[in-house]
Design a protein around this ligand. Structure first.
Ligand code: GLC
Length: 745
């Protein structure tokens, strides 16, 4: 029978279609095909097992008494992931138990490798002060290499919560107050942890957390409710999560807070409408520790079964430590209250990652003793840590160029409770905390300054004690010195999770110690170390120099010594506003003009002002000094009007007008002067970090397009409205060098 041309074409099409559906003999199945094949074999109990995550011996949340049956659950295929199990030995051991299960589905091993595993890097808030995306990415990459070398597949980082409340202890884990900077850092950290593509044994799955709005907890009290408009949610708090999703982040973690009355873990608007719906996210969502069960005390679920129901409906895929899914999901399916399709979707998302990591091909591929030894002892890692640490240091004050310390200095008095501390310099979220790897401020200085110079150490006081017994020794040390370096701040457990503070002054009597030492008349350099902005008015007023050193990790002492001696010229810029008082909180640079703006600080009657404080922060977002000076000149704009898809180019020259090399972060802020919703006075929309030799100049170009002029209007449309815009270039949010007008037609 002769086929017509059309019949022949149809036949060819059908044959081609057939081949495309099924892999040719010997051709590798796609991951989706492998997931589907496995899913078909799984019982409901095994499916629910994949949605269950337990913690190992160490815990990072309220402990439930489960140790006894943990291994039995793993052997029975009722566990999909473990957290806080690490090390080649332990991960191999536990994985072997999982492989005794009927379908031999391997476990995912996860941990909070927030700023390093063995090599402790600066806390993320410190790294944000570097404004150096490559340094931040490299830091995350090293952390991932070390984590992957000890059998971990997954880190619960980056924390991308925007934070504008210094009472909240978890600021230390994030990138500060700004959405734009936070979004770029979110991307850098995801790429650092995961590499360009998952599956290498030098990378781990990352986790964008805590979705969403967690940094706006009412009163800065951890785990508290969050109330905000959807316009603010979309404008300020969601973009870093979107940036992480766009960077391919493998997982999300939801947050403990309610968002406008609904717990994040039971919040379909967040997890289904936005994340898996509008954003089309294909990874999976893990609940934060016990947050599914915590919907009961929230008064949002009547019991654990109701909580499990609400969580799976809302798109929480994996249950960390609540055991709500393990105990209730199979029943809910059997009672036809939950469609098995929801379970299958969650299981599919999790299995997909396990295939992507190669765990079905080799469940032990991340647990290699030889690699563990080699990677954890790589001497390069601490050099990377030192580099990003010194880049994270912010010089807040430097009167009469007391810094860098002159080589002629013969005697330094090192005073303060953090002078010889090691554990405090690591900060919180430390997987191993081997303080023998930490260089203290004393050790760093000792190894850097002239061996003939003397360092007299006097602690002066403890971090939190209220005694002044050590003051006399400190004053005596100061009197013998040419210059005093004071190491003051928080202890490592005063910031971090569940560490909200109502008073963010320097703890204890440290500021009194400073005043007693400063009264000797010696020049005093104050090094402040903490996991958040602190308030230190006497030091601000009377110190000769102030260096904010956050918690810089293992290389803190060496990084600080490099900065204090001038080997490295500090270039850090604050990623968060420092309030004058807790009364100003929440505070950020992107504040509104209001209908009664303060034009003259002396005339605040009936103005939007405090009668006991300026509105401005003590130190503004983007602020940081250098040992050199920079000038901004020659601003030009390629056009003062742009239409539809056009863009304009703003250019200017930065020059190093001092006599040492340095780096400057030039920042672009934009204000939409009139819009359908009131817009902030300024929003960061671009920045560039340039290195300049003494006398060197560089021309800088910022491209201004519609995207930079857009915002979410009152019906949540991302739009750029015609009108006038102010383009502001500055060395910080409160040091604007010039303003250029632009009209959008
Ligand atoms: C904690 C934290 C979360 C962390 C998790 C596992 O409660 O909120 O950031 O990743 O539990 O340790």
């Amino acid at each position: 029978m002769k086929l017509s041309i059309y019949q022949r074409r149809l036949l060819i099409y059908l044959v081609a279609l057939g081949f495309s559906c099924f892999p040719a003999f010997g051709q590798k199945k796609t991951i989706n095909q492998r997931v589907d094949s496995l899913l078909k074999l799984m019982t409901i109990e095994e499916k629910v097992g994949q949605l269950n995550q337990y913690s190992g011996r160490e815990v990072t949340g309220p402990v439930t008494s489960r140790q006894t049956y943990l291994l039995n659950d793993i052997k029975a295929g009722r566990v999909g992931s473990m957290l806080n199990v690490h090390g080649v030995k332990d991960t191999r051991e536990i994985q072997a138990v999982a492989l005794q299960s009927r379908l031999k589905i391997p476990l995912l091993f996860s941990m909070d490798v927030i700023h390093g595993y063995k090599t402790v890097f600066p806390i993320p808030l410190a790294e944000a002060a570097s404004w150096d995306l490559e340094a931040i990415r490299t830091s995350a990459h090293i952390a991932a290499k070390e984590a992957a070398a000890v059998g971990l597949h997954w880190t619960f980082a980056p924390m991308v919560d925007v934070g504008r409340d210094a009472r909240w202890g978890r600021l230390m884990e994030g990138a500060g107050e700004d959405t734009y900077l936070g979004s770029l850092i979110a991307r850098a950290r995801v790429l650092g942890f995961q590499g360009e593509k998952l599956g290498g044994t030098d990378a781990v799955m990352a986790c964008a957390k805590h979705f969403a709005g967690y940094g706006a907890a009412i009163a800065g009290r951890d785990y508290n409710a969050v109330d905000m408009s959807n316009q603010l949610l979309w404008e300020a708090y969601l973009p870093p999560f979107k940036a992480a999703a766009d960077a391919g982040v493998a997982t999300f973690m939801n947050s403990f807070n309610t968002l406008n009355g609904i717990p994040a873990t039971g919040n379909s608007y967040l997890q289904r409408d936005i994340l898996k719906g509008k954003w089309g996210y294909k990874g999976f969502v893990v609940s934060d520790w016990g947050s599914i069960g915590e919907m009961v005390p929230w008064g949002y679920a009547k019991d654990e079964k109701d909580a499990a129901f609400k969580a799976i409906i809302a798109g929480s895929d994996m249950d960390m430590e609540a055991e709500a899914y393990k105990k209730n999901l199979a029943t809910l399916v059997k009672e036809k209250k939950v469609d098995i399709k929801l379970i299958d979707d969650a299981v599919r998302r999790i299995l997909y990652k396990k295939f992507e990591l190669g765990l079905f091909d080799d469940p032990y591929r991340f647990s290699n003793a030889g690699r563990e030894q080699k990677v954890l002892n790589d001497p390069q890692h601490k050099l990377v840590a030192r580099d990003v640490a010194q880049k994270s240091i912010v010089l807040l004050k430097n009167e009469k160029q007391v810094l860098p310390l002159s080589g002629a200095v013969k005697t330094i008095a090192l005073i303060g409770p953090l002078g010889k501390s090691k554990r405090d310099l690591e900060g919180s979220w430390i997987p191993l905390s081997d303080t023998s790897l930490v260089t203290s401020v004393y050790e760093g200085l000792r190894s850097k300054i002239n061996p003939s110079s003397q360092i007299i150490h006097a602690k002066g006081c403890d971090i939190t004690d209220n005694g002044q017994a050590g003051f006399a020794e400190a004053i005596a040390a100061a009197k013998q010195a040419d210059v005093v370096v004071m190491a003051l701040g928080e202890s490592y457990d005063m910031s971090g999770e569940a560490k909200s503070r109502t008073d963010i002054h320097l703890p204890g009597k440290q500021e009194e110690l400073f005043e007693a030492v400063q009264a000797t008349g010696k020049p005093v350099v104050v090094v402040l170390m903490a996991g958040r902005p602190l308030i230190f008015p006497k030091i601000t007023e009377k110190a000769s120099a102030i260096v904010y050193a956050w918690w810089l990790g293992a290389e803190a002492g060496n990084a600080l010594a490099n900065v204090l001696t001038g080997e490295y010229n500090p270039a850090g810029k604050l990623p968060i506003s420092f309030p004058r008082s807790v009364g100003q909180i929440p505070i950020s640079y992107s504040m509104y003009n209001t209908g009664r703006p303060v034009k003259n600080p002396k005339d605040i009657k009936y103005k939007s002002a405090y009668i006991d404080s300026p509105n401005s922060p003590q130190y503004g977002f983007g602020f940081g000094l250098s040992y050199t000076t920079f000038s901004y000149s020659n601003p030009k704009i390629s056009k003062t009007t742009i239409r539809s898809t056009e863009s304009a180019e703003l250019s200017f020259t930065i020059s190093n007008t001092g006599n040492v090399a340095g780096e400057e972060v030039a920042q672009l802020y934009i204000q939409d002067e009139i819009a359908s919703v009131a817009r902030p006075l300024k929003e960061l929309k671009d920045f560039i970090k340039v290195a300049l030799k003494p006398g060197e100049s560089k021309e800088i170009h910022f491209n201004i397009n519609r995207e930079k002029l857009a915002f979410y209007n009152s019906i949540l449309q991302w739009t750029a409205e015609p009108g006038n815009f102010k383009l502001m270039v500055g060395a910080s949010s409160d040091d604007i060098k010039f303003i250029q007008k632009l009209e959008l037609k």
